[in-house]
Write a protein that binds this ligand. Structure first.
Ligand SMILES: [Zn+2]
Length: 506
């Protein structure tokens, strides 16, 4: 029987991932390894392919592409029957309400791709300290291809390894999305118009040493080298001297390759949606002082979308008498407590991705029999939050000939956090109803300012044409918050983070 597997291998970042493991599951006999600075494919018969384009017809095809936005790590096609292990197909596709350790989680994710190959794609963005894959499952009507003009969004769970509910909620969410696509019009609309990247565990090593039934404490919170991954990102306000960890390096690489519009980072130990900034320009650690972004209205709205769709979060009841009660179940991050090196500030400041920290359970690692309740509490929130990527303005920046302009710098006037167009010239920005001005700048073009209106009912489509500048014309690039400068420049003038020794509630 002829089986053709076609693979799109992404250069740069996915060559170091465990494509091999995934393929050996599908292909049984075909071993593929991709290694080295120049991506290569090695087949189990010893053939090695290196270079820009790899194409073999002997039952195997591979093509290297350079952009994971356009195509995921792997694209598989089955022709004339497949050699998939079909034995699991005789059983219904279910998910137990119990905790999935790394092996069980991996098995569940592989089952999802086997059972729903047209709705899911599994890839790994790298490995943990102990070598566990950082799995991401895409759920979408177009899992392998970025859909032109449509947003990519993500959920990340279990960045703190002992905050286990987050991990199980995301596995439940995957199951819910794929099994309801055919019958639920909202799920169908969501998957037809969005690519949802779900990483159930960013800290698989920490999870393995965490203890079921442990509501508080820090055992398993950190990665295998003892680092808090949510204090391990570059910081806009303070110098972060902590050594970068493989898990955070992988995430940084990932978000630099795919332009995510919206993101949720799931935690446990509290019941609140906490929005940027997490850190503050004040050099003294001052509690109860908010540190607000120029998009504060949008972030409040996103946080409220989660809390008000949650069964009890918006009641603002504190988990313990000693803990803060949050009005309507939301808070500004720094107002709760400031921290340096958090993931949500990084997403927003560096990539314009709006990320909210979602604290989904008072108990970090409750007994498994309580999981159905947590899923019911969070289900509507998890679904409705993702739909918010379709609010605001979106469009393309093109030149006079209609060609897309990549990496055009954009900002919404008076909201000085910049964002950029994709290689297809696309952009998105979540905004509440109102009238705005978009400032558009690209090297070699005359900058433009375009007024537009956002309404509640649907996103505003806005295409911007830039005209080539005359040779003698020079325009200053827009002044926005960091992106590139702090990443590349030694930030020794910033105050050094002081919060290493403090134990935080979540
Ligand atoms: Zn946490």
């Amino acid at each position: 029987m002829k089986t053709v597997i076609s693979i799109l291998v992404t250069a740069n970042w996915l060559y170091s991932t465990s494509l091999a493991a995934d393929l050996s599951y599908i292909g049984n006999k075909t071993q593929v390894s991709i290694a080295g600075p120049s991506p290569r494919l090695s087949l189990d018969d010893g053939t090695t392919f290196v270079g820009d384009s790899i194409s073999v017809n002997a039952g195997f095809q591979a093509q290297e592409v350079s952009d994971p936005v356009n195509s995921l790590a792997e694209q598989r096609k089955y022709e004339g029957g497949s050699n998939l292990n079909l034995d699991t197909f005789t059983e219904p596709y279910t998910i137990d309400f119990r905790y999935h350790n790394f092996d069980r989680m991996t098995k569940f994710l592989r089952q999802a791709t086997a059972r729903y190959p047209s709705l899911t794609a599994l890839y790994s963005i790298g490995k943990s300290v102990q070598g566990r894959d950082l799995w991401v499952l895409v759920v979408s009507a177009s899992p392998y291809e970025h859909m032109l003009g449509k947003p990519d969004v993500k959920y990340i769970g279990n960045i703190h390894g002992n905050e286990a509910v987050s991990r199980e909620l995301l596995l439940q969410l995957i199951h819910y999305l794929v099994t309801n696509y055919a019958t639920d019009s909202f799920v169908k609309w969501l998957l037809d118009n969005t690519r949802i990247h779900i990483m159930p565990s960013m800290n698989p090593d920490g999870f393995e040493v965490s203890k079921e039934g442990s509501c508080d404490g820090t055992q398993g919170r950190y990665n295998a080298r003892g680092f808090d991954l949510n204090r391990n990102f570059p910081d806009y306000f303070k110098q972060n001297n902590r050594r970068a960890q493989p898990e955070t390096e992988a995430v940084k690489e990932w978000v630099s390759k795919i332009q995510f519009v919206l993101s949720g980072s799931l935690h446990g130990g509290a019941l609140v949606a906490s929005y940027p900034f997490d850190n503050t320009p004040n050099s003294l650690q001052s509690y109860s002082a908010p540190s607000l972004t120029p998009d504060d209205d949008v972030f409040k709205h996103l946080a409220l979308t989660y809390s008000t769709n949650h069964v009890k979060m918006s009641r603002g009841v504190s988990c313990k008498t000693s803990q803060t009660a949050f009005r309507r179940g939301i808070t500004n991050g720094a107002e709760w407590y400031p921290l340096t090196g958090g993931m949500q500030d990084f997403n927003y400041v560096w990539y314009g991705c709006m990320e909210v920290t979602l604290e989904v359970s008072c108990c970090k690692y409750p007994p498994a029999h309580e999981l159905p309740k947590y899923w019911e509490d969070n289900k509507a929130s998890l679904l409705k939050y993702l739909a918010e990527a379709h609010r605001g303005v979106q469009g393309f920046v093109v030149d006079e000939n209609g060609n897309p302009i990549e990496k055009a710098s954009l900002k919404v006037k008076s909201r000085d956090v910049g964002f950029q167009t994709t290689k297809y010239g696309e952009f998105w920005r979540i905004l509440l109803p109102g009238v705005y001005k978009l400032e558009v700048y690209a090297d070699g073009y005359v900058p433009r300012e375009v007024e537009f209106m956002v309404v509640e009912q649907h996103p505003t489509l806005l295409n911007v044409t830039l005209h080539t500048a005359k040779p003698w014309q020079y325009f200053d690039p827009p002044v926005t918050s960091p992106p590139k400068t702090i990443l590349s420049v030694d930030n020794t003038n910033l105050p050094v983070a002081q919060d290493d020794q403090i134990q935080f509630p979540e």
